[in-house]
Design a protein around this ligand. Structure first.
Ligand SMILES: Cc1cc2nc3c(=O)[nH]c(=O)nc-3n(C[C@H](O)[C@H](O)[C@H](O)COP(=O)(O)OP(=O)(O)OC[C@H]3O[C@@H](n4cnc5c(N)ncnc54)[C@H](O)[C@@H]3O)c2cc1C
Length: 487
């Protein structure tokens, strides 16, 4: 049996390991932490459960596809679809509850934002068409293999290139709405890949289709169940895990990978898949291999500052996902991407899983995950930024929800971009690898294979096709397909 080593048990590494196991490899995952899941992790604190990373679950079939590889194994993984994706709040008292039923969304958005129904309908239809035209080329195949370009799907995408909106920004596309609040609502989707709506190309108008067209879901037991159920499956099918064993070197001979080294010794392997962020993979594990500097110097995606708060009361006006919008979105993104700091009036995201799983908080309490978008770690004074932004977040909540939330916080845990980098080795604490702040970003992501070292592959949010749970799962699929063809 051939051996495969996977570096890292993030969602990308777990998915790659399962796919390789299915192809018949003997698979070992080396993970520096003592748990699987990487960013998809959770903690319990003072009677509250908090998902630490992702909170929004879309395209659940990509997880199910992994269970389907091993139909004989029964794993407890369920989820429900959400009728409302987000509750959106503005300082002036406007509240919009975004339905995941498109007719209802159009009806409600037209009433709240005084926008023509036909304009919203056309926008959602275009979002769907863009997604369907491009998913095969940009999301499901390697963009770095010539064969990808000899397909009908690619020809279709190229023919429709002017329609895709590559030459303008997401904000340009969304400024067609009369009401700036609706523009802001659709601009927010740039943050789903850690980018700025004022820089990311108009093709990103496809993202709302993922949430509003294909649905928003919540896994039974919380987001952590996604990584835990895949971990359980991997164990059942014989994937071996070596926790607390950081890979320190990828070993090669004559431009071919031979295995990995850790502080415990050397391990030989027929192939290696790195789920570690691509920048430290080159800088720390492949010091003797010339790094692709242009690829590695791509601007990183945004990071996040998160307060996990136990709250001693309930808020019926809030749902699972809630957004409290800033007054000046452009300034907010300029602060993040240009000034590498935080705006005075940030957009605040509040995720409350106890709305769905009552055991996540004591009775009558709620578990708040309060996040603002943040620049990566460039050596800022995070202690000071945490202190300032906590005050600003409390002020924002006061404006939108008319409550002094500071009086209701019973417990607190904080994660900064520095903490995210420390936990998972993600370069600068970026949530989604490289940002998509220019039209060439998709092509400049690192491929899923290594052009210099044979039998070395790459999966996860820092390589093609990008970050976020669905894209990480797709990266594992692309990688496994390449391995099947090439090995
Ligand atoms: C706060 C936050 C909110 C987010 N929100 C969402 C969301 O709502 N929806 C969504 O889809 N996505 C979201 N994301 C993004 C999503 O979490 C990531 O894109 C995804 O989980 C990345 O998975 P990965 O497998 O690429 O990497 P990671 O999860 O970073 O895993 C990499 C693994 O490799 C290990 N590792 C690193 N170096 C070594 C080494 N040398 N040796 C051994 N092991 C090593 C790390 O410990 C880690 O376990 C969010 C992320 C964060 C942090």
């Amino acid at each position: 049996m051939k051996n495969a080593i996977v570096i890292g048990a993030g969602i990308g590494g777990l998915a790659a390991a399962l796919r390789l196991r299915h192809q018949g490899y003997s698979v070992t995952i080396f993970e520096k932490n003592d748990y699987a899941g990487g960013k998809l992790h959770a903690i319990e604190k003072d009677g509250y459960r908090f998902d630490l990373g992702p909170s929004l679950f879309t395209l659940p079939h990509l997880v199910e596809n992994l269970f389907a590889l091993f139909p004989e194994e029964i794993i407890d993984f369920g989820y429900k679809s959400k009728a409302i994706s987000f509750h959106y709040f503005w300082d002036d008292g406007t509240l919009f509850k975004a339905s995941t039923d498109s007719s209802q969304f159009i009806e409600d958005a037209s009433k709240v934002f005084k926008e023509e129904k036909s304009t919203i309908k056309k926008y959602l239809a275009k979002s769907k068409s863009k997604y369907e035209l491009t998913k095969s080329l940009f999301l499901e195949k390697s963009l770095h293999k010539a064969t990808t370009y000899f397909s009908l799907d690619t020809v279709k995408a190229i023919v429709h290139a002017p329609f895709l909106g590559l030459n303008n920004t997401l904000n340009d596309e969304n400024s067609k709405f009369k009401n700036p609040k609706l523009t802001q609502l659709f601009n927010r989707y740039a943050t789903y890949n850690g980018s700025s709506p004022y820089q990311t190309p108009g093709i990103m108008t496809m993202i709302p289709h993922l949430e509003l067209g294909l649905g928003t879901y919540y896994p039974d037991g919380g987001m952590h169940r996604i990584s835990q159920s895949l971990f359980e499956l991997a164990q059942k099918v014989g994937v071996k895990f070596r926790f607390r064993e950081s890979v320190t070197n990828i070993t090669t001979s004559k431009n071919k990978v031979t295995g990995v080294e850790t502080k415990n010794g050397s391990y030989l392997s027929d192939l290696v898949v790195s789920n570690m962020d691509i920048v430290p993979t080159y800088r720390n594990l492949m010091k003797d291999v010339p790094a692709p500097e242009k690829t590695l110097s791509q601007e990183r995606s945004s990071s996040a500052l998160i307060f996990y708060w136990g709250i001693d009361r309930e808020f019926p006006e809030l749902d699972l996902h809630n957004i409290l919008f800033s007054e000046d979105y452009k300034t907010e993104f300029e602060h993040i991407f240009e000034h590498k700091t935080l705006a005075q009036d940030p957009t605040v995201y509040i995720n409350i899983t106890s709305k769905e799983s009552s055991n996540d908080a004591p009775a009558g309490h709620e578990n708040w995950f309060v996040m603002i978008n943040a620049p990566g770690d460039y050596g800022q004074d995070w202690e000071q930024l945490v202190e300032e932004s906590k005050k600003q977040i409390i002020a924002k909540i006061k404006k939108c929800l008319h409550v002094d939330i500071s009086k209701h916080i019973t417990t607190e845990y904080i994660l900064t971009p520095q903490g995210i980098e420390k936990n998972t080795s993600s370069y600068r604490g970026a949530l989604y690898g490289a940002a998509s702040n220019n039209k060439f970003a998709a092509f400049l992501r690192h491929p899923n294979f290594n052009g210099k070292i044979k039998n070395l592959y790459h999966v996860g949010g820092s390589v093609h096709p990008g970050g976020g749970i669905p894209l990480c799962l797709l990266s594992a699929q692309i990688t496994a397909d390449l391995i099947q063809k090439e090995q």
